[in-house]
Design a protein around this ligand. Structure first.
Ligand code: NDP
Length: 246
């Protein structure tokens, strides 16, 4: 029997990139998968089709993570449609990288709204409906633990906040049997950070394994945390960064 059979997952930001790979991996392993996206309806349709190709139910919800009402409404919509929610994956993210001196309040607020506030209130809404075995997994960044390149102050601050929040929620939700963890990708080939982009070379140079990551590598660790193998893991992070932080 597939390890996530009978479970319902919500993945934020799954119209492309790492989120799309997570949605597909969870569906391939038996979960029904709802997901959000910001504006890319075509990408959302492709993700829906992939989820359905595994014989699983899918639900695409346009919900801007910068709007906390939209995030909590998305959680409620999933519970309404599928009757439950077992796995929440906070993945939606942006990279507005600017040098420290040029960073604006707008960039700061937008980044924290999407990377910190949205995961917080999504977790709050989802936890209300989760029972024993519930899983909350956020996609952080290896930058939350070590910063080897410049121009990333706001982004890194937000991912570090997400790390502290994850530890605190693990304590709050542990008594109910719900685990809360992070997966920290390193440089991963997506629209956000293409492997053939102008900043790729120095990123590869930092890795122990000498290569860029693929979205599927991140999804595999999310699956581990979401499945039975993750039952004793909480309040921590898995680094999927090809050894960049080693
Ligand atoms: P992409 O830019 O490739 O994809 C981002 C996804 O998030 C899209 O589905 C996008 O929707 C959605 N999204 C963006 N903003 C919002 C929003 N305001 N509301 C709802 N959905 C939104 O990014 P990645 O796949 O690379 O990144 C995924 C996560 O991984 C992020 O949290 C990122 O910080 C993290 N990460 C990525 C790394 C990398 O090297 N790629 C490294 C470390 C961490 P739409 O298509 O509609 O725009």
């Amino acid at each position: 029997k597939p390890q996530l059979e009978g479970q319902v997952a919500l993945v934020t930001g799954a119209s492309r990139g790492i989120g799309a790979a997570i949605a597909e991996t969870l569906a391939r392993n038996g979960a029904d998968v709802a997901f959000t996206f910001a504006s890319n309806g075509r990408g959302a349709e492709e993700t829906e089709n992939r989820i359905r190709s595994f014989g699983r139910k899918s639900l695409a919800i346009q919900a801007d993570s910068a709007d906390p009402d939209a995030v909590t409404a998305a959680v409620e919509q999933v519970v309404e449609a599928f009757g439950r929610i077992d796995i929440l994956v906070n993945n939606a993210g942006i990279a507005l990288g600017a040098p420290f001196e040029a960073a604006t309040r707008e960039e700061f607020d937008q980044t924290f709204a999407i990377h910190v506030r949205a995961p917080f209130f999504a977790a709050q809404a989802a936890a209300r409906h989760m029972g024993e075995g519930g899983r909350i997994i956020s996609i952080g960044s290896n930058l939350a633990e070590r910063v080897a390149l410049s121009g990333l102050s706001v982004y890194t601050a937000s991912k570090s906040a997400l790390t502290g929040m994850t530890r605190a929620l693990a304590r709050e939700l542990g008594p109910r049997g719900i685990t809360v963890n992070l997966v920290h990708p390193g440089s991963t080939d997506t629209d956000m950070n293409p492997a053939d982009g102008p900043f790729a070379e120095p990123q590869v140079a930092l890795t122990a394994l000498g290569r860029y990551g693929q979205a599927e590598d991140v999804a595999a660790s999310v699956l581990h945390l979401a499945g039975p193998g993750g039952r004793s893991i909480t309040g921590t992070a898995i680094l999927v960064d090809n050894g960049a932080n080693a």
